[in-house]
Design a protein. Structure first.
Length: 155
């Protein structure tokens, strides 16, 4: 059996390794939350449309606050990979927009993101268990997203 001093020598950290710690990456954001899957009421509090640098496509991100407890959760939409974001007749963004607007868009109408803000919806929440490439997430990083916007409940 080795003495404690021998283990200390075996597992000692070199001064070079200690100075390299200054260049270690730092986590910049909290992990996405996890909720029990099911239907909830949620109010849309923020909408972003952005170009995703990893996938070279447009995304819409709606941020919701669960009613009444206030937890945050996200809904993501694919908006195409052309020069501008698109919401064709079969797109999920357009479907959600119609629910928020309570009417279909007219020809050449802009599907403004502001239509979602402040409104309360019944949403379906589900877990994300796999990465974009099909690999499973470790159980400790499974998170929840809004899988579907079911109906507008207020106003």
């Amino acid at each position: 059996m080795k003495a404690a001093g021998e283990y200390a020598k075996l597992f000692a950290v070199s001064p070079e390794a200690k100075s390299e710690a200054a260049t270690d990456p730092i986590c910049e954001q909290d992990p996405y939350p996890r909720y029990v899957p099911g239907n909830y009421e949620a109010q849309c509090i923020e909408v972003k449309i952005y170009r995703d640098p990893q996938f070279h496509c447009w995304k819409a991100q709606l941020v919701f606050r669960l009613v009444p407890d206030g937890g945050r959760i996200h809904k993501f939409f694919h908006m195409g990979n052309s020069d501008k974001p698109k919401a064709g007749p079969r797109s999920e963004y357009r479907r959600a927009w119609v629910i928020a607007n309570d009417a279909p868009p007219k020809k050449r109408q802009t599907l403004s993101r502001s239509i979602f803000l402040g409104k309360i919806f019944e949403v379906q929440i589900a877990d994300v268990k796999r990465r974009h490439d099909g690999r499973e997430h470790p159980a400790c990083v499974v998170y929840s997203v809004i899988k579907d916007i079911l109906k507008r409940t207020y106003p």
